[in-house]
Design a protein around this ligand. Sequence first.
Ligand SMILES: *Cc1c(COP(=O)(O)O)cnc(C)c1O
Length: 370
Amino acid sequence: MVEKNRLFTPGPTSMFAHTLEIGSSQLPYNRTDQFSQITLEIIDGLKYVFGTQEDVVIFSSSGTGAMEAAVINFLNKNDRVLIINGGTFGERWVELCTVHGIPYDEMKLEPGQSPLLENLDYKLSNKKYSALLINAHETSTGVLYDTKAIGRITHKYNILFIVDAISTICADTFLMDKWHVDVAVLSSQKALALPPGISFLALNQNAKEKLKEKTSRSYYFDISEYLDNQDRGQMPFTPAIGIFMMLHERLQNIQELGIESAITQHIKISNHFREGIKKLSFSIFPNTPSNALTSIKCHKGINAFELVKKLSEDFNCIVAPCAGDLKQDVFRVSHSGDQSFKDVNFLLYAIKNCLKQYSPNTNIKKSKEG
Ligand SMILES: *Cc1c(COP(=O)(O)O)cnc(C)c1O
């Protein structure tokens, strides 16, 4: 038997057996009443996971497509945007605003740190900014920002609040309407545990008002087109039908059990892993980690990037390295998808075994051929 390939990456995440089953079926034709019905049920399910009563549109793209749709549809050259940039995904907002000529300032953070709310309040209080862009969970370091508290500030100053919630929804509590989030984006391959390829954008009335000022053009990412077609359960273009069918089942399951159950599962798995990894004298990198992911800081003498490679080569455990300056010191383990305590225990066992091959202050010794 082929040894199990254990996926502990933030996306893709390991898919549930039900999802895999649906993935092996023929596709239905999408221009039918039955498919419209499925689409409407999906939209209801998505509203539930976003925590909104308002609209959600669906794109056939990875998460970055939905981020770009947010920039194109809700921002223009007359805006001035503040971007909280705490890593790779904050940087993505910066790059998107640059490409589309949206004026912006950055609030750069130390990796793994959250923005200081007093600083943010002060920056937004002078009315210079019309929108704030954040990544609720900055997946590159595993830090979870306090979106609820930030939403109170943007609400106070009447600033459009656009949140990349891609790697937090279904893992941590996220309540779009209650937290005054105007636009939120999500994609299929994180805590929803589906293949990559579809992304979602939720928008409220404030955002719809902003839609009227739209100046930049995009044929595919024109949100008004999606909203127009959606009333009858259709989409302007062929959706990723296969992933739609899997999503339909996942959302039904999440709704039946309650989203709290998905979040509780993440809490249990992440706590179990964190207890174990601390016993191996690693430390947790961010101050306020998401339940979706643990970023682990290696102690002296252990090279994080080498460890990631060894876990894959010797144990078929796929964890994620960090980019840039963190690459040698920090690695990331996801808690999303089909994971059990047994899988986590195996990963901890694998890490422990890799450690045996280190001695203090040296690089890893050559691995035994096996
Ligand atoms: C995964 C992720 C994205 C989207 O990346 P894609 O590769 O385009 O799907 C965006 N933001 C965050 C915070 C993410 O974790």
